[in-house]
Design a protein around this ligand. Structure first.
Ligand SMILES: Cc1ncc(COP(=O)(O)O)c(C=O)c1O
Length: 386
């Protein structure tokens, strides 16, 4: 067999899928596992969204559609951005995608070449670092510190930024820590990008999932016309992970180039899924509000429970649905502890190190499960560590 392209050895998978497979193996052997590994809301997709997709399929809206997205979904996204970010982008600034993830892939393919530096938070969503390595870019991972509530500090960006920096990736609210950068921090980062002529990819997939803080986008700087790209989607806010629907908002010339990547890789995003996206944005938001009320209760139960475990300490996350407890006092590595909790307590969470070197000494709990399950998990952990 001929060799596989060496770049394939630089790209990596995700800890969430690795631990899900380990947990499933335990379950196949008859063990009981409580799941905290996958970042996916446990609520069904709201009824009116499903109905919009059924209707589209029934009326045979099932063919290829425009590569960059159908006009009526783009119009809904324009209104959505106006409502949530305070400016109305042009239709030529929008690229509809099958999920948010291809937006990370395409942005990096379109902007980053070997030797360009990419600054991004450590720990963070594993795709960022994986693509940095795949593209042979200079790895500019910037530690986010617990002392700063895991928020990326613009002063750290200022110290790291060089003439070779091409892109800054921001993610607020953040996976895996649940941190939310302040308006001042995001505005300061946007100004730094402007000063150094650098792009920002602002991954805002958790923008609707906040507790007592308001959302701010660095796209306020240039209305996503020059250097800021907004990445958002439907997976988390509307419980649509398997539908695959997301979008980018950015500078028209760059969006046009990425539309060519869509044509080459995917042709278009599924037609009837886009119709469902319109229903999500334009329909009632009650399901989202109910889900966030449930997540708040679960967050409180998770944080309280984790703080009662000897050797664990956990800050209250301000967004998303992840808790990121510090376990350094237990003397175990993240992986040792995640494995011990899986095999001895039947609780599956992720090692913080799966999100980057600065995640060592932490665990990630996705609290997309009931308060009863959370309480049972905390009881099991306490018992197994005592
Ligand atoms: C920070 C972040 N960005 C992007 C994604 C991908 O979203 P999607 O499922 O819409 O591709 C995730 C999913 O976990 C995420 O946590």
């Amino acid at each position: 067999m001929k060799n596989i392209a060496p770049g394939m050895d630089r790209i990596c998978g995700e800890g969430a899928f690795e631990y899900l497979a380990k947990a499933q193996a335990v379950e196949r052997e008859g063990g009981s596992v409580l799941h905290f590994e996958i970042g996916q809301p446990d609520f069904p997709t709201p009824k009116h969204i499903k109905e919009a997709a059924f209707k589209a399929i029934e009326t045979n809206y099932t063919g290829y559609v425009a590569a960059g997205g159908i006009a009526d979904l783009k119009a809904s996204i324009q209104e959505e951005i106006k409502k949530t970010r305070g400016f109305k982008p042009g239709a030529d600034q929008i690229l509809v995608l099958p999920g948010a993830k291809p937006g990370i892939f395409f942005s990096m393919l379109a902007l980053v070449e070997a030797g360009d530096e990419v600054l991004y938070p450590d720990p963070s969503f594993p795709t960022y670092g994986s693509l940095v390595k795949y593209l042979k870019a200079v790895d500019g991972a910037i530690p986010v510190r617990e002392e700063n509530e895991f928020r990326l500090d613009p002063d750290d960006i200022k110290k790291r930024i060089t003439a070779g920096t091409r892109l800054i990736i921001l993610n607020s609210p953040q996976n895996p820590t649940g941190s939310v950068m302040t308006r001042e921090e995001l505005a300061a980062t946007a100004e730094l990008a402007q000063k150094h002529d650098v792009y920002i990819l602002s991954d805002e997939i958790y923008s609707k999932m906040l507790y007592d803080v308001t959302f701010y986008s660095p796209a306020a700087l240039d209305e996503a016309r020059e250097r800021v790209l907004i990445l958002d989607g439907f997976s988390k806010s509307y419980s649509m992970t398997g539908w695959r629907l997301g979008y980018l908002v950015g500078p028209p010339a760059l969006i046009k180039k990425m539309e060519t990547l869509m044509i080459n890789a995917l042709s278009c995003t599924a037609s009837f899924v886009q119709k469902a996206g319109i229903a999500a944005l334009e329909g009632g938001q009650e399901d989202l509000h109910k889900m966030m009320a449930a997540f708040r209760e679960r967050r409180d139960a998770t944080v309280k429970g984790l703080n009662e475990i000897p050797g664990f300490s956990c800050l209250a996350p301000k967004g998303a649905f992840y808790a990121f407890p510090n376990i350094k006092k237990t003397g175990k590595t993240s992986r040792e502890m995640a494995d011990q909790l899986l095999y001895k307590a039947g609780v599956c969470c992720l090692p913080g190190s799966a999100f980057g070197p600065s995640g060592e000494g932490y665990l990630r709990f996705s609290y997309a499960t009931s308060v009863e399950t959370i309480n049972e998990a905390m009881g099991r952990i306490k018992k197994s560590l005592s």
